[in-house]
Design a protein around this ligand. Structure first.
Ligand SMILES: Cc1ncc(COP(=O)(O)O)c(C=O)c1O
Length: 399
């Protein structure tokens, strides 16, 4: 295993010019990395060794404690939320868990009212489509969705600001765009939304775990995302942060007994919402994914996202240099302050090349209209970037 640091970036990438890459020590926690080249963490983070142990713990509780396993399982909701909350910079009691972002945003949407004077929902055409499906369906209840056009890579902050006006109810946007890894300038969007009395929901699925975050400093109203990608947690453990002073203001119509102030009182017929963050829960929470997602979040917390970002900037700079050398089209941002953890490269036949790379266990993906998405993470060796591009060259040359 080479632990050489590789080349320093010339664009704010903070290259360390040949010193050992300390983050590679974490590879021992991800044994599957030795069986492939894993450059797909924007879509599916690698499997932590301890994820299997924690799932086994879940199953052991189930079989040994039977119904009393819930005494362990229910507190796990808050424990999982607290782990995520530390990465978000969120105060205690402001984060809860659910199964996926679409469900979370549908729940938030169900807490909002639309009037003829205030009914606008503003986001860009680069939002994750599933999230757009949720908000477009709100049009059946009187919402009016305004979608701001991107240039295919980024979204102009000015255009977004211009769309946010006194008629706007909510601005559900992605922090980092899934298609291009473009980092949005969130602060002015939050400022503008608050000036006109609108709320901001920030989807941090593509940022948490690779980009340092402080949701309190951002002043954002709601934040949501999930465990599948940069957090190396597998599917099923999504999170919702609600700004502390807003928690009690909303009572989602999409609800369930876990959101009740006394779920085990089984009162009828109406919901009596819990006073705290639990009011945003629904029916029975899926507990196994919380166990499965624990290791990834813990590891990222132990490393510290600042260090992950530092390394990511260096490795994405190296990838961009390789894209330029081959005269591919770069469909992700070049500037360090705008680029997330993924480099997107396009060329004729990219889709077929990506499929063959995956067959050869060089894991990446391809999105129509974007290109091949390639994501190093804290566990990526510099030499894996070289191996990946050499394999890509070989496939293009018919080898
Ligand atoms: C920005 C973003 N939001 C949301 C999702 C997923 O949404 P859900 O959790 O509803 O599947 C993804 C990717 O799958 C994403 O990249």
């Amino acid at each position: 295993m080479s632990e050489a640091d590789g080349s320093a970036g010339a664009d704010g990438s903070g290259g360390s010019g040949g010193s050992a890459d300390e983050l590679l020590a974490w590879r021992k926690e991800f044994p599957s990395l030795e069986q492939c080249v894993h450059l797909i963490s924007h879509s599916l983070g690698a499997t932590p060794r301890r994820a299997g142990e924690h799932l086994a713990e879940f199953a052991r509780l189930w079989s040994e404690k039977s119904i009393t396993a819930w005494e362990e399982w229910i507190p796990e909701i808050d424990r999982a939320a607290a782990r995520i909350g530390r990465l978000l910079g969120a105060p205690a009691g402001t984060v809860t868990m659910n199964q996926n972002v679409s469900t979370i945003e549908a729940g938030l949407a169900s807490a909002l009212e639309y009037t003829p004077a205030r009914n606008k929902v503003v986001y860009s055409d680069m939002n994750f489509p599933s999230v757009s499906y949720v908000w477009k369906s709100e049009e059946r209840r009187g919402a009016r969705v305004e979608i701001v056009a991107s240039d295919g890579v980024g979204v102009s902050t000015e255009k977004l600001l211009a769309a946010i006006d006194e008629q706007t109810v909510v601005v559900p946007i992605s922090h980092v765009l899934f298609r291009s890894s473009f980092i949005k300038d969130v602060a002015p969007i939050v400022k503008r939304a608050h000036e006109v009395g609108a709320l901001v929901i920030l989807d941090t699925y593509q940022s948490l775990g690779t980009l340092p975050l402080d949701v309190v400093a951002l002043g954002v109203d709601f934040v949501c995302g999930g465990s599948v990608k940069w957090l190396c947690g597998g599917p099923g453990a999504a999170y919702l942060y609600v700004r502390e002073d807003l928690i009690q203001r909303f009572s989602p119509r999409v609800t369930g007994w876990f959101a009740h102030e006394h779920p085990f009182a089984f009162t009828m017929p109406e919901q009596q919402y819990a006073p705290g963050i639990a009011r945003y829960l629904g029916g029975t929470t899926a507990i196994a994914p919380l166990y499965q997602a624990r290791a990834g979040v813990e590891i990222i917390g132990e490393i510290g996202v600042e260090r992950i970002r530092h390394k990511s900037l260096r490795q994405t700079a190296r990838l961009i240099a390789m894209v330029d050398e081959r005269e591919f089209t770069l469909r992700s941002p070049r500037a360090a302050e705008r680029r997330g953890g993924t480099v997107v490269m396009d060329f004729h036949g990219a889709g077929k090349v990506a499929a063959e790379l995956n067959r050869r266990r060089f894991f990446c993906d391809h999105r129509p209209g974007a290109g091949i998405r390639v994501s190093p993470h804290f566990y990526t060796k510099d030499e894996e970037l070289e191996l990946f591009v050499a394999e890509l060259d070989a496939i293009r040359a018919g080898r």
